[in-house]
Design a protein around this ligand. Structure first.
Ligand code: F6R
Length: 242
């Protein structure tokens, strides 16, 4: 694992956007693995700037998001489809038909998960995956205890994750309790991974990921057996590292 220590959120976002832009420039039909949440908003903003001012071209790219809440339609303001539309897709020239996010509002969730996995394989696999990290060490919505061989599936969110995500909803009981998430193995199959961590709330998870035991109890620690992971971490998130 390569660790890049940066000052704060702004620098983290710029460094991450540079890493992504480099890949987009070197392979026009890149397959991007994307994340939602607070962490990558600044990276998306920087990629949008690069698109507008430097002509960074996403027209041939394909994307797959990590996860989506179960029970929210694509039009729900807190759905991850809506988040991606507002924070990225709507402001760059990616072809909407090539953007993929699991559908959390379908009858047969199991079939949706299998379909999603197959679409990733059919696209040739993910070239570069961006990840955030949960306060509890989750990646995607692979909560502590997620097995290394998991693929896209329906997962139960922990109370820690529900509480952390309640900031986007009117009340904690409006946060969905389940999600569809790429599994650990799906994530590990990406050719390149960039994990971003900013702020003191992530410090313990970052320490456990980098310096603790490699264990499903800290899903992000499993990334240590991937051959090409870059962790971009700011001073606050790195504050518990020895
Ligand atoms: C988002 C995702 C999650 C978040 C994590 C951190 O698609 O899969 O793993 O990356 O919960 O969230 P933030 O960035 O809001 O702290």
């Amino acid at each position: 694992m390569k660790v890049l220590l940066v000052e704060g959120y702004q620098e983290m976002s710029k460094v991450a956007a540079q890493l992504f832009a480099q890949e987009v420039r070197s392979k026009a039909d890149l397959v991007l693995g994307l994340a939602t949440g607070g962490t990558p908003v600044g990276m998306y903003a920087e990629l949008i700037r690069m698109h507008q001012e430097e002509g960074l071209d996403f027209s041939q790219a394909t994307s797959f998001n990590l996860d989506e809440y179960v029970g929210l339609s694509s039009e729900h303001p807190q759905s991850y489809r809506m988040y991606m539309q507002e924070n990225f897709f709507g402001q760059v020239n990616i072809d909407p038909r090539k953007t993929h996010i699991p559908r959390g509002d379908v009858q047969d969730l199991g079939a949706e998960c299998s379909r999603y996995e197959q679409s990733i394989v059919a696209a040739g696999g993910i070239d570069i995956q961006v990840l955030g990290i949960g306060n509890n060490g989750h990646i995607g919505f692979n909560e502590p205890g997620s097995a290394p061989d998991t693929r896209t599936r329906v997962v139960q969110l922990t109370m820690s994750t529900i509480e952390a995500n309640a900031r986007y909803f009117e009340a904690v009981d409006e946060v969905p309790t389940q999600a569809i998430s790429m599994g650990i193995q799906t994530i590990m199959s990406a050719k390149k991974i960039v994990l971003l961590a900013s702020g003191v709330a992530k410090a313990e998870a970052v320490r456990n990921m980098l310096e603790g035991e490699v264990t499903p109890a800290v899903p992000a620690s499993l990334l240590r057996s991937h051959p090409d992971v870059t962790v971009v971490v700011d001073e606050q998130a790195a504050s518990q590292l020895s």
